[in-house]
Design a protein around this ligand. Structure first.
Ligand code: PBG
Length: 329
């Protein structure tokens, strides 16, 4: 007799498929990255990220209200820092009147319930485009974490709910957590970019913020002395477990699609929520192929988001958030 089990029975119609579906994407899954610039009435498309924009503060209000109406309840803020404010020390990063600090207040005023997360790293503020302070041909670890913790504190004071250190210096989670506790910000969370790889997929993001590393003091134009080697797997677990010990509330793997094995490893190894960042290059690839008519944009977008969640992501930072939820609901 033919096998009693026919797996295709559970695929015969959309009704049964939806009943047995194991992974569902919903607005609750998303963190929406937002790029912010100085000025008024600015909405600039990012050349290598078609359909994605930098907004000035007056326009960000409308944008976050729209996100909220779509059920998107958390944003991750990035700022494009004017060239004349960049230095090697990250001075502007801790300016209480800085663009990030004003952006936090603007979003909170527009939609008080919106969860505001902020990028904590020096690269947008660095004249060299690096995530750390430079001296004698080196990226200085501990001098950098001291500034990062001040930066995180200044975001917390401005009203950030979560700070998201994306720099990959050693010990930064401990430094940030300690300072936040000392200053009474017990409820400010830390989403740590724990397993962040030295990936070539960040190119369009660096266009968005004009933050690509430049050749300086014999330091190469890459971030391989602090971000992880894409060849490594065990190191990702080590980094992540250390960040949890140091006080991270949520850990993150970045980029997404090429690193889904890491996502699953980490999901199995930890008992805190795991985030995944589907990065700018992943966004750009889908947009470019779809523009050429080579891929079905919406289907590929949803397939990738589903795959990221299936691999173990409890939440996804994605430039597709808005498009995806519009399609689903
Ligand atoms: C910088 C930072 C980067 C991204 C987030 N924070 C770029 C980098 O490390 O060079 C990349 C995000 C993306 O590509 O979408 N600290």
């Amino acid at each position: 007799m033919y096998p009693l089990r026919r797996n295709r029975r559970l695929r015969t119609s959309e009704s049964i498929r939806s009943l047995v579906r194991e992974t569902i994407i919903s607005p609750n899954d998303f963190i929406v990255p937002l790029f912010i610039v100085e000025g008024r009435n600015v909405k600039e498309e990012i050349a290598s990220m078609p359909g994605y924009y930098r907004y000035s503060l007056d326009l960000i209000e409308k944008e976050v209200k729209e996100l909220w109406s779509l059920g998107l309840k958390s944003v991750l803020l990035f700022v494009k820092v004017p060239e004349n404010l960049k230095d090697n020390a990250g001075k502007e990063a801790i300016n209480p009147e800085g663009l990030m600090q004003r952006a936090i207040q603007t979003v909170k005023n527009a939609v008080p319930e919106m969860l505001v997360m902020t990028d904590v790293a020096l690269d947008p503020y660095s004249q060299y485009g690096h995530d750390g302070i430079i001296a004698d041909g080196k990226i200085l670890n501990d001098d950098t974490t001291a500034v990062l913790s001040e930066m995180a504190l200044s975001h917390a004071k401005a009203g950030a709910d979560f700070v998201a250190p994306s720099d990959m210096m050693d010990g930064r989670i401990f430094e940030i957590r300690s300072l936040l506790e000392d200053e009474g910000f017990h409820d400010t969370g830390i989403l740590s970019y724990s397993a962040k790889y030295a990936s070539a997929f960040y190119g369009p993001f660096r266009d968005a913020l004009d933050s690509a590393p430049v050749e300086a003091q014999n330091i190469p134009r890459d971030k391989k002395t602090y971000q992880m080697d894409p060849a490594n797997r065990e190191e990702a677990i080590r980094e992540t477990l250390m960040d949890i010990d140091e006080g991270a509330d949520i850990v993150m793997v970045k980029p997404g699609l090429c690193y889904l094995d890491i996502v699953r490893d980490i999901k199995d190894a930890v008992n805190v929520p795991v985030a995944v960042y589907q990065v700018s290059g992943e966004y750009a690839m889908i947009k470019a192929a779809a523009e050429k008519g080579w891929l079905d944009h919406d289907a590929v977008m949803l397939e990738q988001l589903t795959a990221i969640k299936r691999a173990g992501a409890d939440m996804i930072a994605s430039y597709f958030a808005k498009e995806a939820v519009k399609l689903i609901f």
